[in-house]
Design a binder for this molecule. Structure first.
Ligand code: LLP
Length: 422
C-alpha cells in the first residue's frame, strides 16, 4: 500500500498534488512519501515480530535510497543500516543511525573504509573472502580494536530473479563458497583482532517467491550447527534483503512480509541467534515516484512515442534490467492509448515502456513512474549532460526539496581544463 492516490481527479503524494511540486521544482523530479516509507518499515517489522521472531535488527539497505532525509525518517523509526561503502556508512551515521546498528557488506571494502568503520565501532562486518578477513584483522590490530565479523556464505541457490541482481549462485562474485565455510571459519578463528559473531547470506534482489530464500536459509541453518560443532560461537544470522515488490499490477503479488516472516520463523526455529535483515527495495520502492512531463507525442511507424523529460540517466532500471514501472497520468483523462514511452537520450535503450496500454497523455501533461523509490535517484547519472535529478519528500501537506537540482553551470564548472592545453 502506498500514499500516491488520486484526489479530485489528480495524483497526490499524501496531501500534496504532484502538479504543485512539478510547478515549483520542475521535472523530472523524484517525490517520496514519508508515510509510505514509515508504513513499509512497520509492516516489515510486524511481519517478523508477528511471526515470533523476537527483536531482529532491521538494517535498511542504504543502497536502495541513501537520501539523508529518508535515512532520518527510518532512523527515527529505529532502523539500522546495511552499508557497502564508507560513503553509505557516513551518510547513515549523519542521518542519526547509530553505529551499533550498522552492518558493512560488500566484496571490495578498502583499508580506508575498514578504518572508518572500526573508528565508528559498527555492529558487524560481513566478510566475503579470506584476504579481506586478513586485511581487517591487520588493521584492527594496528588500531587496537576488535572487529565483530560474519562470513557471507554463497549457498549456490538460484534466486530466480534478473541475472544482474542474482547474487547467491556459485559462479557469482559474492560470499565464500558454502563447501569451504568450515575451513574458512577455522582460519578466521585464528585471526587476532576478529571476533566471530555470526553468519550472513544474501542471494539477490526482487525475489518474487519464497522458495529460494527457504533453500538458502535451510543451508545456512545446517552450517550453523556444523560451525557450533566445530567450537565456534554463532550469535547472529544475517538473512540479507531481497524481498520483491509489486511493479506490474498484472503480475502475481510477491510474498508479503508476513508470509516471509512465517517462513523465516519456520526455517530458523531452534537456531538460537539474533536475526538481522537487510531490506532495501521493500522499504523504499513504493515510497517514491519519478514525476516527469510529456515533451511531445510523436507518431512512429507502428505506435506513438510519448517523449518525456525523464530519461535513462534519471531512472536506469528499464534500460538495465528490463524493469517494468507502472506509468500513470497525474491528471488522467479517463481514456487510454497504446504507446511507447521514451526519454530524450540518444540511445534506443532510453525506453521506459514499449507498446504499453496507459492513460492517454498529450504534450505538457505530467506522468508518474511508480515504484521508483528504490534504485532510482541513487542510480542517476549526468549522461547526455543532464543535471542530476532532484528529490522531494512529502509528509502530509508539507513537502521539501531534499536534494536540489544542480544548475547546469555546476556541471560545466566541475570540469577543469589543464594549463598545458592552452
Ligand atoms: N544486502 C545486500 C548485501 C545487498 O547486496 C542488497 C542489494 C540488499 C541487501 C538489499 O536488497 P533489496 O532488499 O533491496 O532487494 N539496482 C538493482 C538492485 C540491486 C540490489 C543490490 N543489492 C535494481 O534496481 O533492481
Amino acid at each position: 500500500m502506498d500514499h500516491f492516490c488520486l484526489k479530485n481527479g489528480e495524483l497526490h503524494a499524501e496531501d500534496v498534488a504532484l502538479a504543485t511540486i512539478a510547478e515549483a521544482v520542475g521535472t523530472p523530479v523524484y517525490v517520496y512519501s514519508r508515510a509510505t516509507l514509515e508504513r513499509h518499515l512497520q509492516v516489515f517489522r510486524e511481519g517478523l515480530v508477528g511471526a515470533g521472531l523476537g527483536d531482529p535488527l532491521i538494517a535498511y539497505s542504504v543502497k536502495a535510497n541513501p537520501n539523508g532525509a529518508l535515512l532520518a525518517v527510518l532512523a527515527k523509526q529505529g532502523a539500522g543500516a546495511d552499508v557497502v561503502s564508507a560513503g553509505e556508512l557516513l551518510r547513515a551515521v549523519a542521518a542519526g543511525i547509530p553505529a551499533e546498528k550498522i552492518v558493512f557488506s560488500g566484496v571490495g571494502k578498502t583499508a580506508a573504509e575498514m578504518r572508518i568503520a572500526l573508528e565508528h565501532g559498527i555492529y558487524q562486518f560481513n566478510l566475503e573472502s579470506e584476504p579481506e578477513a586478513e586485511m581487517l584483522s591487520a588493521i584492527a590490530s594496528e588500531m587496537g580494536k576488535v572487529a565483530n565479523v560474519a562470513y557471507r556464505i554463497n549457498p549456490d541457490v538460484d534466486a530466480l530473479t534478473h541475472a544482474k541482481i542474482s547474487t547467491g549462485k556459485a559462479e557469482n562474485k559474492f560470499g565464500i563458497p558454502y563447501e569451504s565455510s568450515l575451513v574458512a571459519y577455522a582460519a578466521l578463528a585464528k585471526m587476532p583482532a576478529l571476533r566471530i559473531q555470526g553468519v550472513d547470506v544474501h542471494i539477490g534482489s526482487q525475489l518474487t517467491t519464497l522458495a529460494p530464500f527457504e533453500a538458502a536459509f535451510t543451508r545456512l541453518g545446517v552450517l550453523i550447527g556444523q560451525l557450533r560443532d566445530a567450537g565456534h560461537t554463532i550469535e547472529t544470522a544475517d538473512l540479507g534483503g531481497g524481498l520483491g515488490v509489486p511493479y506490474d499490477p498484472s503480475e502475481p503479488l510477491p510474498p508479503s512480509p508476513a508470509e516471509y516472516g512465517a517462513m523465516v520463523q519456520r526455517v530458523t526455529a531452534g537456531w538460537n541467534v539474533r536475526l538481522l535483515f537487510e531490506p532495501g527495495r521493500v522499504i523504499a520502492g513504493n515510497a517514491g515516484v519519478l514525476l516527469s512531463q510529456v515533451i511531445r507525442v510523436k507518431q512512429g511507424a507502428t505506435t506513438p512515442f510519448v517523449i518525456v523529460d525523464a530519461a535513462m540517466n534519471d531512472l536506469v532500471r528499464p534500460a538495465m534490467y528490463e524493469a517494468w514501472h507502472d506509468i500513470r497520468a497525474v491528471r488522467p483523462r479517463n481514456s487510454q492509448i497504446e504507446a511507447s514511452v521514451v526519454g530524450p537520450i540518444c540511445e534506443t535503450g532510453d525506453t521506459f515502456a514499449t507498446g504499453r496500454t496507459m492513460d492517454a497523455v498529450e504534450a505538457g501533461d505530467l506522468i508518474a513512474f511508480a515504484t521508483a523509490g528504490a534504485y532510482g535517484a541513487n542510480m542517476a547519472t549526468t549522461y547526455n549532460s543532464r543535471p542530476l535529478v532532484p528529490e522531494v519528500l512529502v509528509s502530509g501537506d508539507k513537502w521539501a526539496v531534499v536534494r536540489a537540482r544542480p544548475p547546469i553551470e555546476a556541471l560545466i564548472a566541475g570540469d577543469s581544463i589543464p594549463d598545458w592545453l592552452e
